[in-house]
Design a protein around this ligand. Structure first.
Ligand code: C2E
Ligand code: CA
Ligand code: CA
Ligand code: CA
Length: 264
């Protein structure tokens, strides 16, 4: 039994070591990726549900890894956040997206994902607007996507930042809505252009979770309508989901039904 115990703990140590090495490798890789400027945006269309017209695109981060090919954020965002490297990656990404805005002849706006971390830094808005100015981009064609966490963290600061952005012409979309501890009680105080209904609710429509999902989507749509905020359904994959959302009064949608994220 003693030997057994030792075996187990040795195996455990080994697994820990392997995991630590993997993470270290990934962090070193990420640093190399930053030096090589190996990050690029993929774009996914956002459409009006009534007629399918494209009203904008969301820019989604991809890493062109020298060995592993194109990697989605899920593969590296954890390490990126723990090491703080994600901020550098994000700025490289934002620069690229904003630089492309003047060349893109796609209709509508381009939205970028902004993590709550950026909302803790005072110069975020200035830095972003500097990129916009330098690229000669139209700020009214840029939108930022933030989650409720960014609002709740430090509400007065978030309000200041969002107001500043709006003054500069950049509108804000509230991402993954319904998944966090909702900022319901003060949602009306923030200048928010649209709520993005989290894809978990959209996927629930027509599934085993239909009743609950329907109730939640209805509640979110009612809330948005009361506040005069637009709604974008995320993760629309089927015509049936599109039809239900349209019928419920959701204006916009995004998902594989309309197009997967793709390079420019
Ligand atoms: P998100 O902002 O909620 O983005 C939507 C995710 O859903 C994207 O995953 C997109 O590819 C995926 N998606 C779109 N339509 C469908 C669909 O019909 N079905 C399904 N199953 N999925 C769909 P992606 O590109 O892997 O991004 C994952 C997350 O990474 C994003 O979630 C966002 O939180 C984060 N992210 C993306 N770009 C950036 C960035 O530039 N900076 C930072 N910090 N985070 C980013
Ligand atoms: Ca998003
Ligand atoms: Ca989302
Ligand atoms: Ca998300």
């Amino acid at each position: 039994a003693k030997a057994c115990g030792r075996d187990r703990s040795e195996r455990f140590d080994e697994a820990m070591r392997a995991e630590a090495t993997r993470l270290l490798d990934l962090e070193a890789d990420l640093r190399r990726g930053i030096l090589q400027d190996a990050f690029e945006p993929y774009f996914q269309p956002i459409v009006r549900l009534s007629d399918g017209a494209v009203i904008g695109h969301e820019a989604l981060l991809r890493w062109r890894h020298e060995l592993h090919g194109i990697l989605p954020p899920a593969d590296f965002i954890g390490v990126g956040e723990d090491s703080g490297l994600i901020e550098q990656v994000d700025w490289l990404m934002y620069r690229k997206v904003i630089g492309m805005m003047t060349k893109l002849d796609a209709p509508g706006y381009v939205s970028i994902n902004v993590s709550p971390r950026h909302f803790r830094s005072d110069d975020f808005v200035d830095r972003l607007m500097l990129l916009v100015d330098c690229a000669g981009a139209d700020p009214s064609r840029l939108r930022i996507e933030i989650t409720e966490v960014a609002l709740l963290d430090d509400a007065p600061r978030a309000l200041r930042m969002l107001s500043l952005l709006r003054e500069r012409g950049v509108l804000v979309l509230l991402d993954d809505f319904g998944t966090g501890f909702s900022a319901l009680s003060y949602l009306h105080r923030f200048p928010i252009r649209a709520l993005k209904i989290d894809q978990s609710f959209v996927h629930g429509l027509g599934s085993d979770l239909h009743a609950e999902s329907l109730a939640l989507v209805r509640a979110i749509l009612a809330l948005a309508s009361t506040l005069g905020i637009d709604t974008i359904a995320e993760g629309v994959e089927t015509q049936a989901q599109r039809d239900m959302l349209d019928e419920l009064g959701c204006q916009y949608g995004q998902g594989y039904l309309y197009g997967r994220p793709a390079p420019i």
